[in-house]
Design a protein around this ligand. Structure first.
Ligand code: HPA
Length: 247
């Protein structure tokens, strides 16, 4: 089963209306919402809005461990995380879809591991390549097949939020080699790895990052988010059969 984690602008997905809500509890508490499970385009799938059904959870308050655990408990074998981001270099414009291949974690104070030593065990996971190459290829191939533009390869900076960044912070992220910036990429990607769940991020660029655009960030997000999310949904529907094959 392919799990889709929805982000800002993707709290609900009416085309997936036939899916059945599944309430799941976890050792870490409840996930953000009941999972919507069923078949999409003939592929077993489930959908979970990471901020809650009414977008009530800010990025630092999301229970990432409960979300990931619930998806695994429901039978997920792969995770596609849709994430809204700002872009740092000029060649990535608002409205673009991006398939990051690396991530830098600037978050703090979040429950970031299942291996917190509480059971007396110390475990480390490899995280050299945080995003699953086969899932990335499936999304890339689907984008080519249906003619949706996709920026292939980028480094995602995961910031704490909920405020947006300062210009100097974005300058620093650029010096660090980051191309896109969002608030939910971590610890989500690492927790998926700890659970052995292949994970890919489909980033929707809503705005130019702080200090990089000509208009206010919130205005820009308002202008571009809906079209970007629409393209992401079309891409995901086209990609589901390919995603299912690689898992
Ligand atoms: N910064 C951080 N997170 C974001 C942004 C941004 O500019 N845009 C959308 N999510």
């Amino acid at each position: 089963m392919i799990a889709i984690l929805g982000g800002s602008g993707l709290d609900r997905w009416p085309q997936l209306g036939a899916l059945v809500p599944k309430t799941i509890d976890t050792p870490y508490g409840a996930p953000a919402a009941p999972l919507l499970c069923g078949a999409v385009e003939g592929v077993p799938a489930c959908f979970l809005p990471r901020h809650g059904a009414g977008h009530s959870l800010p990025p630092h308050r999301i229970n990432y461990r409960a979300n990931l655990w619930a998806l695994k408990a429901a039978g997920a074998r792969a995770i596609v995380a849709v994430a809204t981001v700002g872009s740092i270099p000029t060649h990535i414009a608002p409205g673009a879809l991006v398939l990051p291949d690396q991530i830098v974690d600037y978050t703090h104070g979040r429950e970031a591991t299942f291996f917190d030593g509480a059971d007396g065990r110390v475990e480390h996971v490899e995280f050299t390549e945080p995003y699953d190459p086969a899932l990335r290829a499936a999304l890339r191939d689907a984008a080519t097949a249906v003619g949706i533009a996709l920026v292939d390869g980028a480094t995602y900076a995961a910031t704490q939020g909920p405020r947006l960044e300062t210009r100097a912070e974005i300058d620093r992220l650029e010096r660090d080699g980051c191309h896109i910036v969002g608030m939910t990429g971590m610890p989500e990607a690492a927790l998926a790895r700890e659970l052995g769940l292949p994970y890919v991020c489909l980033a929707v660029v809503a705005n130019r990052a702080a200090g990089r655009g000509a208009i206010g960030l919130l205005t820009e997000i308002e202008q571009h988010l809906a079209a970007g999310i629409d393209a992401a949904q079309r891409l995901l529907l086209a990609a589901l059969p390919r995603l299912a094959v690689c898992r």
